[in-house]
Design a protein around this ligand. Structure first.
Ligand SMILES: [Zn+2]
Ligand SMILES: [Zn+2]
Length: 718
């Protein structure tokens, strides 16, 4: 392992850029455009400040909108009046019915309120953390006391959850993590098993107040999740692994205090122990140790001697991700598609410099004119943006006289280029969406091959079909793309709120307009395969950075799963005709990277489709940032945050800021003349020409028209 460049003096500053007080999201423009065209104003989200139901013995219905202060005063009066009546006795069946899930929480709460003479109201409100698919929220107030809001995909669900929260807290039904018994058992699904001390004959009772899906929802909406109780983290971890575990604490305190132990899989030998001043403290510390220990066991193995280049790249990538996610709850980190860029110097495989996870795109209504959201949160795209951010910090290092991966370009005066001994390798945990994933997995696995015939350069299918000669050619770096269907090679787009990709109309341009998306047209984003193809023609550095460095091309692409040489080579380079090399401006070329698959190393597979969170990291900053792909912004509990607005450090505005900073440091004052993001891009005529050549050729080939975002997205100034 070796490090490149000197760490920046002020890391925070490097990631910081001016934040706007108000965010110009599409939602904000929605109103004005609707008003201009005198359409009825569309209802966006639940109305706020509207009391939907009043309960208890109140005689009048509070159905008109009421001011908050007014409402509180009213409740005060109502509850005072009610308290003069004697409350009725609460039947235990009511509470039991609620606990068992047989009684609807809203009815249970209303009945309870009526019997107890408590004024209970529900109010729709804005979700505290609206980004996780929970569009609606409802808060419940009982006797003037407001309980934690309930959220839901529907108004009804939000109300039910609000009632559940209120009733649970009101009656103290929440199970304490420090029950009387010193030993708590959990079953294989992570459900708490309570030893019934009153009646030992009844044996063990499993408490199931929530089904698994519900408990997952609860976990997803929990705020402040990064400072969670380690016992919950352990419980969650063991639930995923279906590993029963026990937590026990000594009855008497020794010289170190109480000792807590954690055992798994019904084994007697504890996997972790810890002392504490109280039993509770000891248990928490022991749980923390246990989580660390179990995650260590779960860590990907580092490569052995016989590992191939592709194995090493994959192992580096997964190991880095594993280390970065240590201590981050599983449900936040997720097991999703992951992608990374690994830097190699000379023959030695260096280090991961950028990585990303994720497989979602922004919702149309999250689209923003201020450049502060990320539109495409697929792992490859996030990792590429993180790589560009790393490049900026390295270019800055160069201009400031520090060690850097860049040197003065021997070809183009005024530009930097990657050090000749350095190469960059791309890892993706699975086939990139779009053209590169356009085959059925069974197609690859219906061929069974002998072990000795194995090579990481082709799939089993190809090993059989291509024969020794074909395989040898591929091993020598030749690409033999597969074109067996009319669909092969076509541009495809990811679609808003949908899985997978769809092809573009062949001879028709698909223009996305701002007002079109406002009126509900589904936002379309180019697939990862198409974007990687572009990187193999224009370089990975992007337009703005091309003002400072020469195009950077990727040396190899490694897939963790679903690798097929024929399909991947077609998708990421070979569908672009070679003639492009004669048309591109100087410095640009069609790059055919080495392609290979992981073998020795068992790449973790699978992606959680419901989890929209994505992680980004690059070498120039130690902390990861966790964003929600649906909003394109960082979440409140993200270890790194730019500020209250949650603009990701990988957003366009961040890059415009870095571009201007580098313009000053490098003495390229003329670049500061660009008034907005789009202007800064247009200033780079050479890159724009290369981009046009690329798009024209794709179109000529009949693969479709490249789809872009509405131009309004690029007009922000800072
Ligand atoms: Zn993708
Ligand atoms: Zn190729």
């Amino acid at each position: 392992m070796w490090r490149t460049g000197a760490p920046n003096q002020n890391l925070l500053e490097n990631d910081d850029f001016p934040s706007l007080g108000t965010s110009q999201t599409r939602r904000a423009t929605k109103k004005s455009s609707a008003a201009l065209q005198s359409y009825p104003e569309p209802v966006v989200g639940p109305p706020v400040g509207h009391v939907t139901q009043a309960a208890g013995d109140t005689s009048e219905s509070l159905s008109r909108p009421v001011k908050k202060s007014e409402r509180a005063a009213m409740q005060q009066v109502v509850s005072q009046t009610l308290k003069t009546h004697r409350p009725k006795k609460i039947p235990p069946e009511l509470i039991q019915g609620f606990i068992d899930g047989e009684k609807n929480p809203v009815s249970a709460l209303m009945e309870y309120s009526a019997m107890s003479r408590l004024a209970t109201t529900f109010q729709e409100c804005a979700p505290v953390n609206p980004s996780l698919g929970m569009r609606f929220a409802c808060s419940c107030t009982v006797d003037g006391q407001e309980f934690p809001q309930g959220q839901g995909k529907t108004k009804k669900e939000a109300k039910t959850n609000a009632a559940k929260n209120a009733f649970t807290e009101l009656l103290n039904l929440e199970v304490d993590d420090e029950p009387d018994a010193s030993k708590v058992l959990y079953d294989a699904l992570g459900r708490k098993i309570v030893l019934n001390s009153d009646n030992s004959d009844s044996g063990i009772k499993v408490v199931t107040t929530m089904d698994r899906e519900e408990s997952n929802n609860k976990m997803l909406t929990a705020a402040g999740a990064l400072t969670r109780n380690p016992i919950s983290v352990l419980q969650e971890f063991c639930q995923k692994k279906r590993m029963p575990f026990t937590i026990s604490a000594s009855d008497v305190a020794g010289p170190d205090g109480f000792i807590a132990s954690i055992c798994v899989n019904n084994e007697e030998q504890p996997i972790a122990q810890a002392p504490g001043k109280t039993k509770k403290e000891a248990k928490r510390l022991a749980a923390d140790n246990a989580v660390q220990f179990l995650m260590q066991l779960d860590a990907p193995q580092m490569p052995e001697e016989e590992a191939t280049h592709f194995d090493k790249v994959a192992s580096c990538a997964h190991h880095k991700l594993y280390k970065l996610l240590q201590g981050i709850p599983e449900y936040l980190a997720g097991r999703k598609v992951m992608s990374a860029f690994v830097l190699q110097k000379d023959e030695e495989l260096g280090e991961v410099v950028a990585l990303g996870t994720g497989n979602t795109c922004i919702n149309g209504d999250g689209l923003s004119m201020d450049g502060r959201v990320i539109n495409d949160s697929h792992a490859e795209v996030i990792a590429r943006r993180a790589l560009v951010k790393y490049f900026y910090s390295e270019a800055k290092n160069f201009y400031q006289g520090n060690a850097s991966i860049f040197v003065e370009s021997p070809c183009t005066p005024g530009l930097l280029s990657l050090h000749p001994d350095i190469s960059i390798h791309h890892y993706i945990s699975t086939a990139p969406c779009g053209d590169g994933a356009l085959f059925s997995p069974s197609e690859l696995h219906e061929y069974i091959t002998e072990d000795e015939g194995y090579t990481p350069f082709v799939s089993d299918r190809e090993l059989v079909l291509l024969g020794e000669e074909g395989v040898e050619r591929i091993e020598n770096g030749v690409h033999l793309p597969t074109f067996t269907s009319d669909a092969h090679g076509n541009l495809r787009t990811k679609i808003e709120t949908g899985e997978g990709t769809i092809p573009l109309e062949k001879n028709q341009e698909y223009v996305q307009t701002w007002d079109g998306i406002i009126q509900g047209k589904r936002l379309r984003t180019m697939s990862c395969s198409d974007k990687i193809l572009r990187w193999n023609v224009l370089g990975v550095q992007g337009c703005l950075l091309s003002h400072f460095i020469e195009p950077v091309y990727i040396t190899s692409v490694t897939l963790g799963n679903l690798f097929d040489h024929g399909h991947l080579s077609r998708a990421v380079c070979c569908r672009m005709p070679e003639v492009v090399n004669t048309l591109l401006p100087e410095g640009y070329m069609l790059n055919h990277p080495y392609l290979g698959r992981v073998t020795l190393y068992d790449a973790p597979r699978g992606c959680e489709k419901t989890n929209t969170l994505c992680v980004n990291w690059s070498l120039d900053h130690d902390k990861i940032e966790i964003c929600d792909g649906r909003t394109g912004k960082s979440i409140e509990t993200s270890p790194f945050r730019t500020g209250e607005s949650g603009a990701s450090r990988l957003c366009k505005a961040g890059f415009l800021h870095r571009y201007r900073e580098l313009s000053k440091i490098s003495g390229k004052q003329h670049l500061l003349g660009a008034g907005n993001y789009l202007d800064a891009k247009k200033l780079n005529a050479k890159y724009e020409e290369a981009k046009k050549t690329f798009r024209d050729l794709i179109k000529e080939r009949g693969y479709g028209h490249w789809v872009t975002k509405p131009v309004e997205q690029g007009l922000f100034k800072k």
